[in-house]
Design a protein. Structure first.
Length: 189
């Protein structure tokens, strides 16, 4: 497929080999989860390929886009981990010409997740990023098994464990991460 090949070339140009290999593994895992959960496989493939497109951009690049696109001024108080998804989605639209809002929203939500607004495509990308075969954190096998049984239980597992780790490290929590936690913990008892 020429379109996908062109997209792969544009993405690999912006990323280190290390991160590009992660992106290709997220693509494989996202396609698998999309098939298992009745999600549009073509959208899942494109969203996975672009999800970290902006990850290696400078802070100044992000701050410029926040200003010129009149994005929420509170964004300047956060950092790369928030910007590469939310601000990255604007770069993906501007530079790659991807305008599908489902794909852009999946990118925006891939780091923190979201509450009720998280559709199945976003859920697949959020989990594929966490579970791709290069990941080797403690519990990854359990998380993969749970997600094979239920995407929603997988999301709950991820947000509980990620927040626990961030709090243990005494690092700031982006409010959207807390919203994700509350929504999925209440939903999936
Ligand atoms: O871009 P990736 O490394 O593939 O993965 P990601 O975009 O899901 O996460 C990037 C990092 O952001 C990861 O180390 C976890 C971290 N993170 C997620 N939510 C929060 C967070 N870090 C802080 N400080 N606060 C959050 O709410
Ligand atoms: Fe990311
Ligand atoms: Fe993620
Ligand atoms: Fe990623």
């Amino acid at each position: 497929n020429g379109t996908i090949t062109d997209l792969e070339a544009k993405i690999s140009e912006k990323l280190s080999d290390y991160r590009y290999q992660h992106v290709l593994r997220v693509r494989d895992y996202a396609v698998k989860l999309a098939k298992a959960n009745d999600v549009d496989v073509d959208k899942a493939e494109v969203a996975a390929l672009v999800h970290d497109y902006a990850k290696e951009r400078s802070d100044n690049d992000f701050l410029k886009v926040i200003e010129t696109q009149h994005m929420d001024p509170d964004l300047i108080n956060w950092g790369n981990y928030v910007w590469h998804g939310i601000v990255g989605a604007e770069m993906i639209r501007n530079e790659l010409g991807i305008v599908d809002e489902d794909i852009l929203t999946a990118v925006r939500q891939h780091t923190t997740g979201a509450g009720a607004s998280m559709n199945k495509l976003s859920q697949v990308i959020f989990m594929a990023d966490y579970l791709e075969l290069g990941r080797d954190f403690k519990g990854v096998e359990e998380a993969r098994t749970i997600t094979d049984q239920s995407l929603a239980q997988g999301i709950k597992y991820q947000i509980v464990h990620t927040l626990a780790r961030l709090i243990h490290k005494e690092t700031p929590i982006y409010p959207k991460s807390l919203e994700t936690y509350n929504y999925w913990v209440k939903k999936e008892k």
